[in-house]
Unconditional design. Structure first.
Length: 477
């Protein structure tokens, strides 16, 4: 279950909309030839566009401090005690004005393209699950462990390793893309993706026991696919990845009829080979001389994203395991398919918040509007998740109806994942990762506490999200 949302980096705030100038330029403006009777009038005129669009004086104070204005300079030049007092004066002097919204969605895509792209990724996330339908009868061993079917442990070990590695790798590659260096991003993927595939394979083989070699081999293929899919998703090649997954549609007859073993092996192998070849072609720019370029972002900056992948991945696995792997298949299918709508709703929240930032003139009104948008988007995601769960339960063979407790746990887990992804998109990944890891650890120590752990994690993330995202500065482009 690899996806762009799970591998997505945070949205970094672009530069403030003020013409660039050297540090200390503001000081020079205030101590010039004396043509301005009041230095504050000159400053207000120069910062007019930014001050007019601000919905809170704190935004202006942040700009002043970034310009190098110290409290001493502010007292000497403008007669105010500090940057906050000066910002309040500027905020009061300049009338509120907001620019017209851009022609395209503020999330970076046109509306139709954004929805279609997100739904496409949701489909890409879900189709690899058909490989398990094809290969499942071939992976059965003489005896399982921990109450799970035989072969489950190496499969899970390889999958979690892939989630962790590819989350961190995706963040680093996306950072290069954000710097405008696509060859360097391809180089990072070309180096990191094979290493992730080797790591997942090694962990799966180490976790395998007697009779679980077929499952370990399948886990190696799973790790290789995750590496190829990560590269294609980061580079925006979702349609190419979807084409490589089409052979897996041959699994649909296997839901009702038995298929020959050679066909069960050939279809996943064909899809895996196609994904690797397409990924290799997409990564060719990474082989060009100079693609490695400058040093780039620090490796440590990607670690929190790997930790978020670990915590969220373990939580999803617990949702799918239940008493046995088959009883939770509906939950896993629903969570996987829901990642596409989840991404689209993240864009909707971002776009709605930016629209409020342009049109509202007080911080209080902005807080109310953003809180309402947050509730609507989260409610929409949970509604979609519930609908997908019911559909998967009806259509997937041998999937029982969820009990009220498991249904509540799934909805709480959906809340944790969506809020965690939202915090990650706004750069607060460390908090989201810590909450997910603590919740996963609690379920590992006491599996019966799944509902309580998910509920506590959802509550903490809700508080963190509300505290961060009601601030206008969190949304400033």
């Amino acid at each position: 279950m690899s996806g762009s949302l799970w591998l997505k980096p945070p949205t970094t705030p672009p530069s403030l909309p003020v013409p660039p100038r050297p540090r200390g330029a503001a000081a020079a403006a205030g101590t010039g030839s004396g043509t301005a009777a009041d230095p504050l009038d000159e400053l207000a005129e120069r910062l007019d566009a930014f001050v007019a669009a601000a919905v809170h004086p704190d935004e202006i104070a942040a700009l002043l401090e970034s310009d190098g204005m110290t409290d001493d300079h502010i007292r000497l030049t403008y007669g105010r005690n500090d940057s906050f007092a000066l910002a309040e004066d500027l905020y009061a002097r300049v009338a509120r004005r907001h620019p017209e919204p851009p022609a395209k969605d503020p999330g970076g895509r046109g509306r139709a393209e954004g929805l279609g792209g997100c739904l496409l990724r949701g489909l890409v996330f879900a189709l690899p699950g058909l490989a398990y339908v094809l290969a499942g009868p071939l992976l059965a061993g003489p005896q399982g462990r921990y109450g799970l079917p035989a072969g489950t442990v190496p499969l899970l070990a390889g999958a979690v390793t892939g989630w962790v590695w590819n989350q961190a790798l995706s963040h680093r590659a996306h950072t290069w893309l954000g710097l405008g260096d696509r060859p360097a991003a391809a180089r990072a993927l070309l180096t990191g993706a094979p290493a992730g595939a080797l790591a997942g394979t090694a962990v799966a083989l180490a976790a395998a026991r007697d009779g679980e070699l077929p499952a370990a081999v399948f886990a190696a293929g799973q790790s290789l696919y995750l590496a190829a899919a990560t590269a294609l998703l980061v580079l925006g090649r979702e349609r190419a990845l979807l084409a490589t997954l089409l052979p897996l549609l041959g699994a649909l007859p296997a839901l009702r009829w038995d298929l020959p073993d050679p066909l069960r092996v050939a279809l996943p192998a064909l899809s895996l080979t196609a994904a690797c070849l397409v990924a290799a072609r997409a990564l060719r720019p990474g082989t060009a001389r100079g693609a490695a370029g400058r040093g780039g972002p620090p490796l440590a900056a990607s670690v929190p994203y790997g930790l978020f992948g670990l915590g969220s991945g373990v939580l999803v696995l617990y949702a799918g395991l239940g008493d046995a792997l088959a009883t939770g298949s509906g939950a896993v299918i629903a969570l996987t398919l829901s990642m596409g709508p989840a991404e689209w709703l993240l864009h909707r929240f971002r776009g709605g918040s930016l629209a409020r930032l342009r049109t509202l003139t007080t911080a209080r009104a902005f807080r109310r509007a953003v809180t309402g948008t947050l509730v609507l988007c989260l409610g929409g995601y949970l509604t979609v998740l519930l609908g997908l769960l019911l559909a998967a339960t009806l259509l997937w063979p041998d999937t029982p109806w969820p009990t009220p407790e498991r249904l509540l746990t799934l909805l709480l887990l959906g809340t944790v994942l969506w809020l965690g992804l939202l915090l990650q998109a706004f750069g607060a990944v460390l908090g989201a990762a810590a909450v997910c890891l603590l919740s996963a650890a609690a379920q590992s120590l006491e599996p019966a506490a799944g509902t309580l752990a998910a509920g506590a994690a959802a509550a903490v993330l809700a508080v963190l999200t509300r505290a961060l995202l009601v601030r206008p500065t969190a949304h400033r482009l």
